[in-house]
Write a protein of this length. Structure first.
Length: 563
């Protein structure tokens, strides 16, 4: 079949959409466009090998990973520094280098926030550094301070410890706000005079914060650099003065050394005691067995006068319950008496014994490796080794309170410090980058992210040590614990702020952090003044300290976004 068709002539062909793409450069252009598009979506690997992410959850995961690794690095650095401090004792190292080592993680992260990046990035990353600076000090003075007050509480009117027996007896009573208020007034802590002095020293650390607020009264940017330089100089002078003061008045060093020794010695002694008595004084679920502890008290009380004297305790230590003691049983007796004697009469009654044993079981049982059926030989070997180390620590007759250490001890301490420093130096910048990326993806200011998350890394070890020490509920240990908190805040404020100011001055950054520093000034000033004028803190003050933490965040938000 044939059909007739009509059409019209066109001088140009109709394009099929690809007629212009027959050039030799078309494929190359397509590949380049695809490559540039994918590269804009790819994340940037730090150092060329560290992982990265483009998602908000990926950034959060990296923050948590970096924080854990930095926590391990901070622990290595601190343990190495503490070991050298225990070897050398009070002196130049304890007055300067050891103080810097304790505050070094924050300083390294602050340097990483703007030292190696461009000026524009450094200005943005500086907010993260300010958040770390403010968050660390505020965390110590609110959450950690309040928690230590709660766990170290005692009856302020009778000077006795919080009784587990009384707690069990009152557990069935009806709850009321009046009872809670009464309890919070009657229980609390009392610190010694040296702790008050340490708090007063801490108050001086807010002076640079006050000086930097002068910038708010200048409209000209030309006055910014001189004011920053003056504040930086004053901060450095305060830091050096603090070091020199401790060289000539080493009581701060001695208290810090006592805190470090106490943590080590008590842990080792109680580890051995728990291993020998674990099946008798713990229930199947790991709770203190009150009846078994009471029977243990009756067994130790050989004369039946309802008191454990120093002589009775020494006989127990020299007997089978504690294994073979090398030649320093008196040190063991003194330490156990100090831990269990709540009334200070150098003897232990039944209630003190039950409360004390139950308390240290709760604080130390997780530190003891499981050993269901240990042999006597194994226990004696462990105890012998423990007290060979302990005798070195408590040997106050050596020069400057230090101990004699082998070359291997020095090598291990230096290696720990070196490993810790490398971990902190390598991972500080990736953490800052991840925090900035997370805050950008979540559309949140980086200050708030670093204020909440980053201080948990740099202060976790110190916070755990302080809370565990406060849990012993001994007045001396409690005072040392709060002195550690105040000393840590001082170093964080002075050294951290000096590093931040040096970074801003050298990189020529714009000072935009007056509001954040003002909030830090308020919290440190309030807590410092309270701790400087009183030595007794009722339990209700812990709730005020807790309240300051979220309140400080609200103040920063109000200063930056409302006022």
């Amino acid at each position: 079949m044939a059909m007739a068709a009509k059409g019209r002539f066109l001088p140009q062909l109709v394009s099929d959409g690809i007629d212009a793409n027959h050039s030799s450069n078309f494929l190359k252009e397509m590949v380049e466009d695809s490559s540039s598009s994918s590269s804009s979506e790819n994340c940037e690997q730090m150092y060329g090998f560290l992982p990265c992410s483009n998602s908000i959850y990926g950034h959060l995961f990296l923050i948590l990973v970096y924080e854990y690794l930095l926590f391990r690095g901070e622990s290595y650095l601190a343990h190495g520094g503490e070991q050298i401090f225990k070897i050398l004792g009070p002196g130049f190292f304890g007055a300067s280098a050891f103080q810097v080592i304790c505050a070094l993680p924050e300083s390294l992260i602050l340097l990483a926030s703007g030292l190696l990046s461009t000026k524009e990035d450094a200005q943005e990353y500086a907010y993260t550094g300010v958040g770390l600076l403010a968050g660390s000090s505020i965390l110590l003075l609110t959450i950690v301070w309040g928690t230590c007050l709660i766990v170290a509480r005692q009856n302020l009117h009778h000077g006795a410890e919080y009784s587990i027996l009384d707690a069990n007896a009152n557990s069935a009573s009806s709850f009321s706000f009046q009872k809670l208020l009464h309890y919070s007034k009657r229980n609390g802590i009392t610190t010694d005079q040296e702790t008050t002095y340490t708090a007063r020293i801490m108050v001086f650390s807010v002076i640079p914060f006050i000086i930097i607020q002068v910038l708010d009264f200048f409209t000209s940017s030309s006055a910014e650099q001189p004011v920053i330089l003056i504040t930086l100089t004053i901060s450095v002078v305060f830091l050096l003065s603090y070091f020199f003061y401790q060289c000539f008045q080493p009581w701060i060093q001695q208290r810090k050394l006592e805190f470090v020794k106490h943590e080590y010695l008590v842990l080792k002694v109680l580890q051995h005691v728990q291993k020998r008595a674990l099946t008798r004084i713990l229930t199947y679920n790991g709770a203190p067995n009150i009846n078994a502890i009471r029977r243990l008290f009756e067994k130790i009380d050989s004369d039946g006068d309802n008191w454990i004297s120093q002589q009775e305790l020494r006989e127990v230590i020299m007997d089978v319950k504690f294994g073979k003691v090398p030649w320093n049983a008196d040190e063991v007796v003194a330490k156990v008496i100090e831990e269990l004697d709540a009334r200070g009469d150098k003897r232990i009654d039944e209630e003190e014994f039950i409360n004390g044993i139950s308390r240290w079981l709760k604080t130390s049982q997780n530190e003891v490796p499981p050993s269901p059926t240990p042999s006597i030989e194994t226990e004696d070997d462990i105890f012998q080794k423990t007290w060979e180390e302990t005798d070195k620590l408590v040997d106050e007759g050596s020069i400057n309170g230090g101990v004699v250490a082998s070359e291997w001890t020095w090598i291990k301490a230096i290696m720990k410090m070196g490993i810790g420093f490398i971990i902190l130096a390598v991972l500080a910048e990736p953490l800052i980058y991840s925090v900035h990326s997370f805050s950008k993806a979540a559309n949140l200011p980086s200050f708030f992210i670093s204020f909440i998350l980053v201080p948990l890394t740099t202060n976790a070890r110190a916070a755990i040590s302080a809370i565990k020490a406060a849990w012993h509920k001994k007045p001396r240990t409690t005072s040392l614990t709060f002195s550690e908190i105040y000393g840590g805040v001082f170093m964080n404020n002075i050294l951290g702020f000096a590093v931040l100011l040096a970074l801003v001055y050298m990189r020529g950054l714009t000072w935009e952090f007056s509001g954040e520093v003002l909030v830090l000034l308020i919290v440190c000033g309030v807590m410092g003044v309270i701790a400087s004028i009183r030595s007794t803190f009722p339990l209700w003050m812990s709730f005020l300290a807790f309240l300051l933490y979220p309140l400080s965040l609200l103040l920063v938000y109000a200063v930056d976004f409302i006022l």
